[in-house]
Design a binder for this molecule. Sequence first.
Ligand code: FEO
Length: 393
Amino acid sequence: MSKVQLTEGVYCVGAIDWNIRNFHGYSTHRGTTYNAYLIIDEKIALIDTVKAPFFPELLRQIKEIVDPSKIDYIISNHVEMDHSGSLPMMLQEAGRAELITTAKFGEAGLKKHFGIDRPMIAVKEGSTLDLGKRKLAFVPIPMLHWPDSMVTYSSQDEILFSSDAFGQHLATSARFDDEVDQAVLMQEAAKYYANILMPFGHLIPGAVKKLGGLSIKTIAPDHGIIWRSDPSKIINAYAGWAAGKTANKALVIFDTMWHSTEKMAGAITDGLIGEGVEVKAYNLTASDKSDIMAEVLNSRALIIGSPTLNNGMFPSVAEFLCYLKGLKPKNKIGAVFGSYGWGGGAAKAVAAEMEQAGIQMTEPELTLKWVPTESELAQCVEFGRRIAARMNQ
Ligand code: FEO
C-alpha cells in the first residue's frame, strides 16, 4: 500500500494482503487489508499496527512521513493479532512511544500476547488524549467483537477510527468507499458482519446510539475501504442487520450421499420458488460455510437437509450447524429434511441443533427411506410451499 491521506495530518499506513484466502476459517476470496493510521500533530500518534508479516510495509510508509522514533503514542484499539502483530517491532522503532489500550482486557491482553513489560496508559469511557490541535477520545465498545475492543474519535477531523467495526475483507488499490463497486463493497461488509459481529448484534444498538452522539464525516476501519462519502450507509446497514431485518428469502442447505437428500432439496426449492420466494440452495460439500453465513444474514427461512450416516447427521452438516450456533442468527424460521436407509436419526438431531441456535422450527421433519418416489417428491414440493406460507406470518 502507498500511504494515503485522509485529511491534513492523518494518513492510512496499513498493508494490503492480496492473497489471503482463509482468515481463521472465514473465506476471504477478495483478500483483505490491515489498516493502521498515523496522525501528525504537535504529538504524533499511530493507531493500531498490522499483521506481523506486513511490518516492513507499515514501517516503510511511516518513514515516508516521519521518523518512527518521533512517535509519541501507539494506540491499540484491539488486541487481536491482525492489528497488534507488529506491535513489538513497532515499539522497538518507536522507543519513546507510550502505549495506549483499554483498561478492560487491553492491557492484560497485550502483556499476555507479547510479554510487553513497559507501562501502558489504560483508558476507559471518557478518556481523552491531547495531541495539540486535536484531542482524541476513546470509546470502548466491549464485545464488538472482543472484550478489549474500542474505537478512537478525532472531533477536529470528525474521523472515527472504528477498529474491526464497519470493516470488510476487501483488498483493493482504492482506499475509499466512493472508489469501489458498491455491490461488492456491501456484499463484503455484510459477509464480515455475519461472520464476525452477528453474535454480538444485541450490542450494536447501544454502540450506534453512543456513536450517534458524535459528528462523523469519515469512518476509518481496520479492514477494507474507508467510508468517507456516506458513513451513514454502513451505520444504517449495521442497525438493520442487528435488528434481524430479513428479505422474503429462504436457504436450502444440505449434503447428500447417494443424491436422495439432494433430490429432496431440489423439490423443496421448487416449492418455495413456486410461491415467489427468493431461494438459494447450497450443497455443503461444494460450498463454503462463511459464504453461506453471508446469505443467512438476511434470509427468513433456513431449511437444512442431511442424510443419515451411522444413526446421526452427515459430518459436513454437523460442522455447519456448529458454526451457525456460534453466530446466533436472529429472526429465523427453520425446517429439516433428509433421507435414510433403515434407522434414521439425522433429521431429529439437526432439528435439535437448530432449536439450540434459536431458530423457530415450523414443520415436523420431512424424512423418507432410500430413494424418493414421484409422490414423495411431490410431498417435498408441498413442504416447500408450506414453509413459504409461514415465512410471512
Ligand atoms: Fe481484525 Fe478482531 O481483528
